[in-house]
Each structure stands twice: as C-alpha cells, then as structure tokens.
Ligand binder design. Structure first.
Ligand SMILES: *[C@@H]1O[C@H](CO)[C@@H](O)[C@H](O)[C@H]1NC(C)=O
Ligand SMILES: *[C@@H]1O[C@H](CO)[C@@H](O)[C@H](O)[C@H]1NC(C)=O
Ligand SMILES: *[C@@H]1O[C@H](CO)[C@@H](O)[C@H](O)[C@H]1NC(C)=O
Ligand SMILES: *[C@@H]1O[C@H](CO)[C@@H](O)[C@H](O)[C@H]1NC(C)=O
Ligand SMILES: *[C@@H]1O[C@H](CO)[C@@H](O)[C@H](O)[C@H]1NC(C)=O
Ligand SMILES: *[C@@H]1O[C@H](CO)[C@@H](O)[C@H](O)[C@H]1NC(C)=O
Length: 443
C-alpha cells in the first residue's frame, strides 16, 4: 500500500524546495555565465501541479502512482543502500524536470529579463482524466484553463511580450497522446493540447514527437539511473566497460506473439530459433537473450533487464504501439549497442541528445521491412560486424551515458560540470526559442 504518509512527506519537501528557489540557485557555480540563458518560472496556482499529485491514488484506469512521487519523482530507491538506482516511472519526468529547474543556475524572478519562460504545469498527469477518465469526451478542453490563466488572469504582459513564443513546458508522454484533431466528435483517443492554436507558439518537450513536429521536441525517457556524484557515475561506467558480453543480442519486451507479421514477431521467432544455431567461433555463449517483461513486471524493477543488458552486445529496439521506447535509453546506460528498425525510434527524435550524423558510430540500423518481408536475419547482420567495430561502437555508446541520463537533483558540483539530459534539453529549448524570436523580429 502506498502510504499516505509518503505523499505527505513528499509534498512537504516539495513545498520547502519551492520556497527556497533562490538559495538553491545561489549554491551553483558562481562562474557560470548566464548571458542568453536566463529562465523565469511562471507562477501557477496549485491546480496545475501540486493538486494533481494529491490525487495520485484516484485516477481512473491508471495505477496508483503515489509511490513514484517520492524523491521528487525519481521514485523509491531499488534497495536501501542504493545510491544511484530508483524505481523511476517515466511519466514522472514532469516532477523531475521541475525539481531540476529549481536548481538551474540562471533563474530570474523578472520575466522581462528572461530568455525563456518555464510553465511548471504537469501536463501529462492532468491529461489522465481526459485520456482514461470522466472527461474522455471533452478532450478538446485540455489546456484551455491553463491558457486562460496564463493570458488573462495572471499578469497578461508576460505572455504578450512574445505571444507565448518564449514559453515552454514538459509533457511527459508521447505527442501522439495530445494530437486528437479538434474535429473528432466523439474523440477517439488523446487530448487536443498540441492541436489548440492557443498553444502553437509554446515549445513542448515530449518523449516522442510527430513525424513532422510543429511545436514539440523529443527528449529522452528517464531511466532508473540517477547518480548523485561523479564517483557513482564513474564506478557504473567502469562496470559497464568491463562487463563480459556473453550474449550477442537481447530483446526485452512484454506481450505475446501476434499472428500477423510484424517486427516484434520476427524477432521473437528468430530468437527462439537461435538455440539450434552453432555458436562455434562467435565468442558468445548465447546468440539471443529474451527478457520477458509481460504484465509490466519490468517497469519499476530495473534489475530484471539491466543485468541482461550488461551482458549483451546488442539491444534490439523495435517499435511497439508507437516508434519510441524507454528501453533505448536503458540499453545505452548498460553500454548495449542499440539496433533500430525505424528512423522514428530515435534518429528523427532526439537530435539534441544524440546527433543524427553520429548514428552509424553507435548504433545499427536494419529496416524492419527487410526482416519481416524479405527474410533478412538480424543475427546474420550483427554477426557480420567485425569485433573491433563492435568494441568501437560500444565505446561510443558508453560515452553517451552522461548525456542521456537524468542525474539526481542536488548532485555534486563535479557531476554538474557534465551536461546531462536535462541540461541538454534546456540548452536546446533556449536555442529554439532564440531562433523563433529572431524570426519574429525579422518579419
Ligand atoms: C481529486 O479527486 C477528487 C475526488 O475524486 C476530485 O473531486 C478532484 O476534482 C480531484 N482533483 C483533481 C485536480 O483532479
Ligand atoms: C529499508 O529501510 C527501512 C527503513 O529504514 C526498513 O524499514 C526496511 O526494513 C529496510 N529494508 C530492507 C530490505 O533492508
Ligand atoms: C463518451 O461518448 C461515448 C459516445 O457518445 C459514450 O458512449 C460514452 O459513454 C461517453 N463517456 C463518458 C465518460 O461520458
Ligand atoms: C502566436 O504568435 C503569432 C505571431 O507569431 C501571433 O499572431 C498569435 O496571436 C500567437 N498566438 C497566441 C495564442 O498568442
Ligand atoms: C529457423 O532455423 C532453421 C534452421 O537453422 C532455418 O531453416 C529457418 O529459416 C529458421 N527460421 C527463422 C524464422 O529464422
Ligand atoms: C564446433 O567446433 C568443434 C571443434 O572446433 C567441432 O568439433 C564441432 O563439430 C563444431 N560444431 C558445430 C555445430 O559446428
């Protein structure tokens, strides 16, 4: 049972941190130059953030998520003596991001001095009632209260200065959940937040962007790894580097085998079949490892998949309901080379964190059509890659770990000197807003 006490404790901590914003930012590196980096956090009434957490056990058709709120959204530690590993639920990124924003070194209380304005709205959590709850038939309303508040109730000049072009927020779900066309009546699935002209000017950070994104940009899913200092990061990276890779490839997923041809089905069949193949001369004990994550058993239990990922050379990342997967990032944390089957899984998504031109150096691409319809075997492709090349790719994967992880809030100065997923997302957002504002003034 998720103790109400836990929630209460969390909220108290949360409120304390909120009121000590300035102290937190002063603690940071005094050398940091804030030119072009000033961010103002807009004040929002608690209905847009805190109140949504208080109801963590009451959302219809959605798990009670109270226990994931602890540690400012990182969740509970996996073990009492763990320093870096948590039972993190990716949907809590809105909290994690908010907490990190509070320790951002270039906060300003004056919106007129800000280069960007952060809206501390827990958009994904607020969407639950529209996605799965009583408001399912009014999903076009999602966001209108917020807009009304931002533009009419609270100091209207903050919005009007740049018509919202300098505002940004985090929506910790796929953009697909927010692009219900306003004309669908009754709605089929999702809210219309990203379809509302009211929010066209606002930059939204999501886990997955549309194929032709307009206002949203994709940022990494949080994994369970949140080291508090450089020593814990380094010791993990050393472990990853030394780990013996006894399996050639690994696939971690839930669900059964569907009867229709699709990439997940092909992978499962090839994996089951691989036990009859010869391992002679491959250097591996096993060609394919399958980690069964059915019924969500892996979601908050990273040990189930991190250990096998540490022991595999390649991690298969086929699309599921949507093209992206949290597992892409879990695999990178484990130094497991990602194998992609669609460009929308990562290459066309995470340009800020994993530059498009680098994909050949750290990942393998096998078009899913070649596997599903042309009988191309994944094992054959992977086995044909020379061992030296595999080692080089793995090294490039390992070097990406700091960029795609979300370090723990309040971490040491040493670790703060390395840019993590949050830092890179903020940098990208500032840059995007800067160029939008420049375009506007040029018009
Ligand atoms: C929280 O739950 C209560 C009772 O179910 C409901 O009345 C209230 O509107 C909910 N608040 C939010 C912000 O969802
Ligand atoms: C973890 O710590 C809590 C509180 O200190 C204690 O109640 C619990 O038994 C510990 N769990 C384990 C597995 O040691
Ligand atoms: C939503 O609309 C559908 C179709 O009109 C209806 O069957 C359903 O009961 C409605 N759901 C709610 C929660 O009002
Ligand atoms: C969005 O920006 C355009 C100018 O680029 C402006 O005309 C429009 O009113 C803005 N939308 C909102 C909702 O403020
Ligand atoms: C399974 O293995 C057999 C023998 O190695 C091979 O002929 C067959 O094509 C394989 N099937 C799949 C789906 O890979
Ligand atoms: C594997 O190699 C050994 C000797 O190197 C050989 O005796 C054996 O037949 C090979 N097995 C297969 C399945 O190729």
């Amino acid at each position: 049972m998720p103790p109400p006490l836990l929630t209460a404790t969390f909220l108290i901590l949360f409120l304390l941190t909120t009121t000590t914003t300035t102290t937190t930012s002063q603690e940071s590196d005094p050398e940091s130059d804030c030119t072009n980096k000033w961010i103002h956090i807009r004040y929002l009434p608690s209905q847009f953030n805190l109140d949504l957490l208080l109801n963590c056990s009451q959302y219809p058709l959605f798990d009670n998520f109270c226990s994931y709120l602890t540690n400012h959204g990182l969740g509970q530690k996996t073990h009492n003596n763990s320093h870096s590993w948590y039972r993190t639920d990716p949907f809590m990124l809105e909290l994690i991001f908010h907490r990190r924003m509070l320790e951002y070194p270039c906060l300003t209380p004056d919106p007129n001095l800000a280069d960007a304005i952060y809206i501390p709205y827990f958009a994904g959590l607020d969407s639950l009632n529209y996605l799965f709850g009583p408001q399912v038939n009014s999903s076009f309303l999602h966001g209108l209260d917020l807009y009304h508040y931002l533009v009419h109730l609270d100091t209207p000049s903050i919005w009007q200065k740049n018509f919202g072009h300098d505002h940004f927020l985090v929506m910790a779900r796929s953009a697909w959940d927010f692009i219900q066309p306003l004309s669908n009546d009754p709605p089929i699935f999702g809210t219309s937040f990203l379809e509302l002209p009211e929010f066209y000017n606002v930059t939204a950070l999501t886990f997955e962007a549309r194929a032709y994104p307009w206002q949203e940009r994709a940022i990494p899913y949080p994994t369970s790894f949140h080291p508090p200092n450089l020593a814990f990061l380094d010791s993990w990276v050393n472990r990853v580097r030394k780990s013996r890779r006894s399996a050639l490839m690994l696939f971690a997923a839930g669900g059964g085998i569907s009867a229709n041809p699709n990439i997940r089905r092909s992978i499962r069949l090839e994996c089951e079949n691989s036990t009859s193949m010869s391992m002679n001369g491959t250097g591996y004990d096993k060609l394919c490892e399958f980690v069964d994550c059915s019924n969500g058993i892996c979601e908050h239990d990273p040990i189930r998949f991190m250990k096998p990922m540490l022991q595999a050379s390649f991690c298969l990342q086929p699309p599921g309901d949507t093209p992206t997967r949290r597992s892409t990032f879990d695999g990178i944390i484990a130094g497991c080379i990602p194998v992609f089957f669609e460009e929308l899984t990562a290459k066309k998504q995470y340009g800020w964190h994993m530059p498009e031109e680098k994909y050949k150096e750290f990942s393998v691409f096998i078009p899913k059509e070649d596997v599903v319809f042309k009988g191309l075997r994944i094992l054959d492709v992977l086995m044909s890659i020379p061992r030296g090349e595999v080692r080089r790719m793995r090294e490039n994967v390992i070097e990406m770990i700091p960029r795609i992880m979300y370090r723990k809030h309040g971490s040491s100065l040493g670790l703060r000197s390395k840019k993590d997923a949050f830092d890179i997302a903020v940098e990208g957002t500032l840059q995007r807003i800067k160029s939008r504002l420049e375009e506007l003034t040029a018009q």
